[in-house]
Design a protein around this ligand. Structure first.
Ligand SMILES: [Zn+2]
Length: 392
């Protein structure tokens, strides 16, 4: 960051409008200085180190001083309170609690808010649900695709299992998801689910979250400056214009970053929320710039397909997009058991999906339907795209 500021040759910064004079920081800048190059304080002042899941090459490392950890837990507590969690609630974390920022971040926030915390961490959906039942869990944190898995398992267990649960609220984040997927999770688990936003480079979750009105994600503007810029030119965009979210944390000690290009596509919502918070909101992420795939010259986000699939009650929300040959596209999805046993329903679903995908994305695709539980699952994030084109 020091080097970036030197290169920018700024004399002074006189207010928020001057933010556009500052240089951007990209993911590659952080990766290039692995492991300690982004650290702004002596290592002795560092209280904790986390990393991103690092699906490609090296992980993103993020550092915290004691004060950074305190601010983080405060913001996580604020988010949990914002969705309606309160003292007396029993909170279960269903994500990994190791280097992944989402685990300990949520736990520290829940403790700060005074919730009863069950740090179960990664465990299969059956174990998660049993633990929820045993301890009367009312609030939990999950990765959305894992929320869907719990929903599937609960559905297979029948009404009695749901009746034995006290779950009421879920905070979901750490991977792209859609409102259609939320509806599926909410309807099946009979809860309210909220979108939570953050990324490791700025310390993890706790940058923004929905409130009970679900109008968008309030970004905590007392701790972060947000901008939405044109991904090509870097020019700031007006509210309601869709572009790339850029975040500058205001008070991180161990690892300050300037104007971080998140790669997340969204818009600033122009309008107020009934909750009375003055922190402005962003819309749900439409996707990540690097998630966009080009098929026959057309840009496609997995969320485009997910929305269409989730709008059909026959699907359980699990799907994969498989690309092969020269831009051949196959959408593989799971259906519920009733549909699987009804060949007419399967045929109707396949033709309806192919038509809708064609209409909405202009892409022709094959559809394959499989029975529930047949697509590969991992306890981590869902892998939606299998691109075999480079290998063929
Ligand atoms: Zn609100």
């Amino acid at each position: 960051m020091r080097q970036k500021l030197r290169e920018a040759k700024l004399d002074s910064i006189n207010g928020p409008a001057d933010i556009a004079k500052l240089p951007f920081t990209y993911k590659k800048d952080i990766l290039e200085c692995f492991p300690f190059g982004a650290l702004a304080v002596p290592l002795t002042k560092v209280a904790r180190i986390h990393t991103s899941s690092g699906s490609t090459n090296k992980p993103i490392t993020t550092f915290y001083t004691k004060r950074d950890l305190l601010v983080w837990s405060e913001l996580m507590a604020r988010g949990l309170a914002g969705i309606g969690a309160k003292r007396g609630d029993v909170f279960q974390n269903t994500t990994s609690q190791g280097l992944f920022t989402g685990g300990l971040g949520l736990i520290s926030g829940a403790e700060r808010l005074g919730l009863v915390v069950i740090p179960l961490g990664s465990a299969n959906p059956e174990k998660q649900l049993e633990t929820m039942r045993d301890f009367g869990v009312s609030v939990f944190h999950t990765i959305p695709s894992f929320g869907l898995r719990m929903a599937e398992v609960l559905e297979s267990k029948g009404k009695e299992m749901r009746a034995a649960l006290k779950i009421r609220l879920a905070l979901c984040g750490a991977e792209p998801w859609t409102k259609e997927m939320r509806r599926k999770i909410e309807d099946t688990l009979e809860i309210d689910a909220f979108n939570n936003y953050g990324f490791a480079e700025a310390g993890g979750p706790g940058i923004g979250v929905e409130c009970v009105f679900k109008n968008g994600l309030h970004i905590w503007e007392d701790h972060f400056i947000m901008e939405v810029v044109d991904p090509k030119t870097g020019e700031q965009l007006e509210p309601e214009e869709e572009g790339e979210l850029v975040i500058t944390p205001l008070d991180r000690e161990a690892m300050p970053i300037l104007r971080y290009r998140t790669g997340d596509i969204t818009r600033i919502i122009d309008g107020k929320c009934e909750c009375g918070r003055t922190h402005r909101m962003i819309d749900w992420m439409r996707g990540r710039i690097d998630d966009m795939i080009k098929v026959r010259g057309i840009g496609l986000y997995p969320s485009n397909i997910e929305k269409i699939i989730a709008s059909h009650a026959e699907s359980n929300g699990q799907f994969q997009i498989i690309l092969s040959g020269i831009d051949d596209m196959l959408v593989k999805l799971e259906v519920n058991n009733a549909t699987w046993n009804d060949s007419i329903a399967v045929a109707n679903l396949k033709s309806a999906l192919a038509q809708e995908i064609k209409r909405q994305t202009l892409l022709r695709t094959d559809i394959e339907v499989v029975a529930s539980g047949n697509l590969p699952r991992s306890d981590g994030k869902a892998k939606r795209i299998i691109d075999l084109r480079r290998m063929s």
